[in-house]
Design a binder for this molecule. Structure first.
Ligand code: FAD
Length: 539
């Protein structure tokens, strides 16, 4: 793709245009030095984007990392947007994926979240252009079933991604397959951090190993410098807080208020442990409901990552570890488990004064849909876009913060839906989730529209909900969890009222011939076809 080309791509009947970067755009003169505090995934992703966009314009970018505070070291799944991150930086999959033990991800199976007969498990797919051919049938059937027709409405039956995942195929079609397929990745979080660290330093980012002890503010309230144990005060024009849950700058120094989501999302803890890889590498994350939360299973090239995300209000760390070990058949294994705490919510202002919070310091929605890296990517990208326009004024800040907050809230509501619609009755945890009334008005309205049998598309499109997830994802979760009248109350559909599922199955099954086994593809990762991922730039 040339620098001046502005190609378009079509996904679900919408056309997106690739934004051509304006190489002549300026950077505000007061922005000469940016200090990123923290060298976890957030710190290095931010460093890479800033190196790409600002270093060529004469801005100095450094990463300050404490030798004493380890990174969180989890976060092994992504959404498809991560593809846009590496594409923008010009880094080929064949370079970064093998170095990070990465695999391709088609979506997530949610197992045992619902007890409704026939809906005990469903797949939340990543979309593909091919889905344009089956999406209408899916949403039509889902709505028809809410209205009492006995038609197939499980998302697994309509999307190529679920067919790929079921067959452990990589979502990388042969060159002559005419549809692009979206996919995400699984990877070793520590190795990704190390990879990005090396790349960022190669691209001109300065790395400083030092522990920040406190922060000096100017009279205006902006940050003047950070005081370090090893090197004294370090000044910068702008600071990026990537210090993880500590939130040293955004929260501790600038006192930015934090909005907790604990009323909506009960989980605040996790326990993780690896298991050996099997012969065939799967191409999906599996999320299995447990007694007091859920368990992830993430395939890398060399191992599975597993973890149990739970609520400490309902279950102790020991109980959680035991339940996880039981599930994995590791009760007597010497493999150590890692216990983690999570703070769920967001700051009110992600950009406050001369500080941008990125990663866990800005907030976290639990990892059920693996959205955290997307928040990192979007937050930095949107901030850089404004900087490139020379717009760092208060109005721009307000708009920016409102946008990031909408993204947080839309995503939170999507995650809440997993819990609110569960029908498990086995523990107080699941009953409390189903009975929870502290959910957003937007969500309550959406459920009401669904139950009334009308299309939820307008509500998703006009409310914050759509800022978190697209319409087909909302259909997938509500249909996948089986929010329909009971089977006995459904009436058979006649020929005009239903789509012929055999035709859809035939189309999707035939398409599989264009895909290969995940392991085989990973052993020889094909080079990127430049235009193939254009549509991921649309935000
Ligand atoms: C259980 C769990 C599962 C998750 N799963 C996923 C997932 O599947 N997908 C996903 O996208 N995300 C996931 N996440 C989130 C993901 O792990 C984080 O968003 C990501 O790793 C970024 O973390 P971070 O860089 O903000 O923080 P950290 O990794 O905690 O890094 C903090 C950095 O700040 C530095 N630092 C701290 N204090 C100081 C100091 N005083 N001076 C200098 N430096 C300092 C540390 O040295 C470190 O380098 C998960 C999180 C949890 C808890």
């Amino acid at each position: 793709m040339t620098a001046t080309a502005a190609p378009t791509a079509t996904v679900f009947n919408e056309t997106y245009q690739y934004r051509v970067p304006d190489s002549k755009a300026g950077v505000p003169p007061g922005l000469r030095k940016v200090a990123i505090v923290g060298g976890g995934t957030a710190g290095w992703m931010a460093a890479m984007i800033l190196a790409h966009k600002l270093i060529p314009r004469g801005v100095e970018v450094s990463v300050l990392e404490s030798p004493a505070v380890p990174i969180i070291g989890v976060g092994e799944g992504s959404t498809p947007w991560l593809r846009g991150f590496f594409d923008m930086l010009g880094i080929e999959e064949s370079e970064w994926m093998p170095q990070c033990n990465a695999t391709y991800k088609c979506g997530i199976t949610f197992d045992k979240w619902s007890t409704r007969p026939g809906f005990e498990s469903y797949f939340h797919p990543f979309a593909s252009m091919l889905d344009n051919l089956t999406l209408t049938q899916f949403t039509y059937n889902a709505q028809a079933r809410v209205n009492g027709l006995d038609v197939e409405a499980r998302p697994d039956k309509f999307f190529i991604a679920s067919y790929l995942a079921r067959n452990r195929l990589a979502p990388k079609p042969q060159r002559n397959f005419p549809f692009d397929v979206w996919y995400g990745y699984h990877f070793d979080a520590t190795l990704v951090g190390q990879f990005l660290h090396r790349k960022a330093v190669e691209r001109g980012v300065k790395y400083v190993s030092c522990h920040v002890t406190h922060t000096h503010l100017k009279e205006t309230g902006d940050i003047r410098s950070v005081a370090t144990k090893e090197l004294g005060d370090i000044e910068a024009d702008f600071f990026v807080d990537c210090t993880g849950f500590a939130g040293l700058l955004i929260q501790k120094a600038l006192n930015t208020p934090f909005v907790s989501f604990s009323d909506n999302l009960f989980n605040d803890s996790a326990v993780a442990m690896p298991t050996p890889m099997t012969e065939r590498i799967s191409s999906q994350t599996i999320s299995t409901a447990m007694r007091h939360g859920w368990c992830w299973e993430i395939p890398l090239t060399n191992r599975y990552g597993n973890g149990y995300v739970y609520s400490s209000r309902f279950c102790s760390a020991d109980e959680a570890e035991r339940e996880l070990r039981e599930k994995l058949g590791m009760l007597d294994s010497p493999t150590e488990a890692r216990h983690l705490k999570m703070r769920i919510g967001r700051v009110t202002r992600h950009w406050n004064r001369n500080c941008l919070a990125v990663g866990l310091s800005q907030g976290f929605i639990e990892p059920l849909e693996a959205t955290a890296l997307l928040f990192i990517q979007r937050t930095v990208q949107q901030w850089v876009d404004l900087v490139e326009q020379g717009d760092m004024g208060e109005k721009a800040q307000e708009k920016f913060n409102a946008k990031v907050n909408e993204h947080f809230e839309g995503t939170r509501d999507y995650i809440v839906t997993h819990y609110k619609t569960n029908t498990r009755k086995d523990t107080e945890y699941w009953r409390a989730n189903a009975d929870n009334t502290k959910i957003s008005d937007a969500l309550l309205e959406l459920y009401a529209i669904w139950m009334s049998g009308k299309s939820i598309a307008p509500a998703v499109g006009t409310q914050k909900l759509g800022k978190g997830y697209p319409i087909f994802s909302w259909y997938s979760i509500l249909a996948g969890m089986g929010i329909f009248p009971e089977q006995a109350r459904l009436r058979p559909a006649n020929g005009d009222e239903r789509y012929r599922m055999a035709e859809i199955d035939n189309l999707l099954t035939r398409s599989l011939m264009n895909f290969r086994d995940q392991r085989e593809v990973l052993e020889n990762i094909p080079p990127k076809v430049k235009e193939e991922s254009l549509q991921i730039y649309f935000w």
